[in-house]
Design a protein around this ligand. Structure first.
Ligand code: SF4
Length: 471
């Protein structure tokens, strides 16, 4: 085992660094060649992001110690080095094998010996180390690179924004070609996602829409790795993400809405957060069908779940929950009995907002090879029958809201709402659900402004929409 203790020496010319106030990171690399390559990756990332490196602990803004935990001598050397860095600098991040080692009683050894370290990660953890660095020494601003705001360029109105938490998908639904185009699931680091969310709220966003191909699967690809945000460890997992987003949104009085949530058991953990008002009691769950055989032919995720029972439990945990979903009618091989099963599900499940597509083959999808393709007319006829049931359920649910008082986020209000305006309640996602048509306010002093909330009493329904009197 090679043991190397070296402050990294990849400094920019000091005149450059000083004149641009570039933050400096001290780096000590201990241990074997595998640890050394980890150090190289972290140093490369630091340089790519514009950080400088420091040759002394005292001259650094923060010190990273990449440790070895293989034999007792190496453990001692690592712990001593952390101690020295803490004494001389005070801000220390520990990574490497020793960071993954348990101490007495099962706690983390490094934290037991040096409780004041800022963060501890195991080996091969470039992203977690960078997340921790960002928290304690923010990325240097480069006017030639940072031409966009922290939250990026947005195409939505200023008061709502989409937050993408992952790309790609691990499923292989037989009607879908997304995985062949975008690849398997890649979750964004949780620290980056939360930083973007905070920047969006700070910029005036009042509704954050969480999107991905499969929101419930967030973090599966990185084995729910522990990341860092605001100096604290946080798991790359949907439930942890939702909890943090709720905390972030609260001081801004903003909404968090979840899309593309598959009905896996761990989704149940979110319902108490919805009931407590931390995230909107709204779930967009793409069921696509209800009959188990059709779902199997579709190769749908969570196709073995008992969705009716799950929905019932969700409603018991959070009675105000609104469920949106999409379905496919006329999938290859769908029998009349299977389709009737879907209609029964729709009547019993009382999905608040349902859309339905007549099945249409997509080039490259494996469903094209399935036997039993149905004529276009049958697919279309089933879609229409499904929508008749769905619309009856939805209209009934909308009528139940008449007389209620609701919080409405205003999307349009010409002349400050003197002639009324348009907004959405928690039950309406932008572009895909209904709206609340706002009547002119009764009080002359009341104004409606885009991007602000108003309370409204629901006085009627209009197709898929509600009519509200601003209060
Ligand atoms: S339809 Fe299926 S395969 Fe396609 S993105 Fe959604 S879960 Fe993934």
């Amino acid at each position: 085992m090679t043991q190397t203790a070296a402050a990294a020496s990849t400094a920019l010319t000091s005149g450059d660094a000083a004149s641009r106030n570039i933050p400096k990171i001290g780096f000590v690399s201990l241990g074997c060649p595998k640890a050394l390559t980890d150090s190289e990756l972290i140093l490369t990332q630091l340089r790519a992001e514009g950080y400088d490196t420091s040759k002394s602990f005292a001259g650094a803004d923060l010190v990273i110690v990449n440790t070895c935990g293989f034999i007792d001598d190496a453990v001692k050397e690592s712990l001593d080095t952390i101690g020295e860095a803490l004494a001389e600098n005070g801000k220390v991040i520990v990574t490497g094998c020793l960071g993954a080692k348990a101490g007495e009683g099962g706690g983390n050894l490094v934290r037991q010996m040096h409780p004041s370290v800022l963060a501890v990660t195991g080996p091969h953890a470039t992203q977690e180390v960078m997340d921790a660095v960002h928290v304690h020494v923010p990325k240097p601003h480069d006017p030639f690179v940072d031409l966009v705001p922290a939250y990026g360029v947005k195409l939505t109105p200023r008061h709502y924004a989409y937050l993408k938490i992952s790309e790609g998908c691990n499923h292989r639904c037989s009607f879908c070609i997304i995985p062949s185009m975008r690849g398997d699931l890649v979750s964004r680091p949780i620290g980056d996602v939360l930083n973007e969310a905070r920047a969006l709220f700070e910029s005036g966003v009042k509704e954050l829409l969480v999107i991905s191909q499969d929101t419930s699967a967030y973090g599966v690809d990185v084995k729910y790795r522990t990341g860092f945000w605001d100096g604290k460890p946080v798991k790359t997992r949907m439930t942890d993400l939702v909890e943090r987003l709720g905390e972030l949104a609260e001081p801004f009085g903003a909404w968090v809405r979840l899309h593309y949530v598959y009905p896996y058991p761990h989704v149940d953990e979110i319902l108490p957060m919805m009931a407590a008002g931390r995230v909107l009691p709204y779930l967009d769950v793409p069921f696509q069908h209800a009959h188990p055989d059709v779902l199997k032919r579709m190769k749908r995720p969570a196709n073995g779940e008992k969705n009716l029972e799950r929905l019932q439990r969700w409603r018991e945990a959070c009675p105000q929950i609104v469920v949106r979903s999409t379905f496919i009618a006329g999938f290859p091989g769908e029998t009349e009995a299977e389709f009737e099963h879907l209609l029964d599900f729709m009547r019993e499940a009382r999905i608040d907002r349902a859309g339905c597509f007549a099945y249409s083959p997509v080039d490259g999808a494996s469903a094209n090879e399935l036997a039993g393709a149905l004529p276009d007319a049958v697919r279309e006829e089933r879609r229409a029958r499904f929508m008749a049931v769905a619309e009856a359920v939805s209209a009934e649910k909308l009528r139940e809201r008449v007389g209620a008082e609701m919080q409405v986020l205003i999307d349009a209000a010409p002349a400050l709402g003197k002639k009324g305006g348009r907004g959405r309640s928690y039950a309406d996602a932008p572009e895909i659900d209904g709206v609340v048509h706002l009547l002119p306010p009764l009080k002359a002093s009341k104004q409606l402004r885009v991007g602000e909330f108003t309370r409204a009493r629901i006085v009627g329904t209009q197709g898929h929409d509600l009519v509200g009197q601003p209060l």
